[in-house]
Design a protein around this ligand. Structure first.
Ligand SMILES: NC(=O)c1ccc[n+]([C@@H]2O[C@H](COP(=O)([O-])OP(=O)(O)OC[C@H]3O[C@@H](n4cnc5c(N)ncnc54)[C@H](OP(=O)(O)O)[C@@H]3O)[C@@H](O)[C@H]2O)c1
Length: 273
């Protein structure tokens, strides 16, 4: 369900910073004609101005028409201030796609009172290289066609999981939203452990970084489950098995990851209020 066929006929992106900019690049790469897009951002970067110019994207148009899709990628704390200007753009036929962390479908409908179809999405950082993982939930008024449009918009930046209930977004935030930081920490701690095992720090850092990146790439390309990839490189009684005996112990990585994800989920709930 991706590709330019299901991308909308008219689209307004509000907020062209890190996430909004990455999304715009993904849509253009997927073949969305720039003429179908308008970007609203009071202080666009020079690179964004150039991207818009090169693709014929309208930047800060004076009186934009109500679009088929309105994508919100401003900071969550900016919603209140932006809402009055945006409300006329989100009509009953518009699908609103928000990546604003912590802003619920109800919050968005309060701020955009004419909107019916609202999709709340939680992307993650690798969206910037089109390898993201996004969880998304739609308001009940969202039609199948609008859901396909939202899917195409989100899938330009990677994998999309549709959730049956918006209540699951906090868990998504805790797993894939915050997850890249856990993987970066893995590279850091593996490098530190390499130094403790006698490697020079720069050698340990390079080996750990490439190991995490290479294993991630392999996982991304392989049809096999992570568990079977792990078993494939673990000979009984060998060196990997010795390390996994520690990592997979009762007090090993499993319970630690469970506690970490639970803490992130709790915090996501608190921040959403
Ligand atoms: N980055 C991520 O990995 C990530 C992951 C998941 C979700 N998100 C969500 O993505 C959203 C954007 O995050 P970001 O990291 O991309 O932030 P960002 O780089 O600060 O981008 C936000 C952009 O919106 C602009 N803006 C502010 N007020 C606006 C308004 N009223 N109308 C139009 N544009 C306005 C900002 O301009 P100024 O700089 O001039 O204020 C900035 O260019 C957040 O809600 C965040 O929760 C981000």
């Amino acid at each position: 369900m991706s590709g330019s066929a299901t991308l909308p006929a008219s689209l307004i992106l509000v907020g062209a910073g890190k996430m909004g900019g990455a999304m715009l690049e993904g849509w253009l790469a997927d073949g969305l004609p720039g003429a179908r897009v308008a970007v609203i951002d009071p202080n666009p970067s020079a690179a964004m101005v150039e991207l818009c110019r090169a693709h014929g994207v309208s930047l800060n148009p004076a009186a934009p028409a109500e679009p088929e899709a309105l994508v919100l990628a401003i900071k969550p704390q900016g919603l209140e201030a932006a809402a009055e200007g945006l409300a006329p753009l989100a009509g009953p036929g518009t699908v609103v796609v928000s990546v604003l962390a912590g802003k619920t479908v109800a919050n968005l409908k309060d701020r955009l009172p004419r909107a019916r179809a609202v999709v709340r999405a939680m992307p993650n950082l690798p969206a910037s290289i089109r390898r993201g993982a996004t969880g998304a939930a739609a308001s009940p008024e969202t039609s199948e066609e609008q859901r396909r449009t939202a899917h195409a918009l989100l899938a330009s930046n990677g994998h999309v999981e549709w959730l049956e209930s918006e209540d699951l977004i906090d868990a998504v935030t805790a797993v894939s939203g915050s997850g890249p930081a856990y993987v970066f920490l893995l590279a850091e701690t593996l490098a530190a452990a390499g130094v403790a095992a006698g490697l020079p720090p720069d050698v340990a850092a390079r080996l750990a970084r490439q190991t995490v990146a290479g294993a991630g790439e392999l996982l991304g390309q392989s049809p096999e489950e992570p568990g079977s990839l792990r078993q494939n490189v673990t000979s009984p009684g060998g060196t990997t098995a010795a390390a996994l005996g520690v990592l997979m112990a009762e007090d090993g990585l499993g319970p630690l990851m469970r506690d970490a994800v639970a803490a992130a989920k709790r915090r996501a709930g608190e921040l959403a209020g």
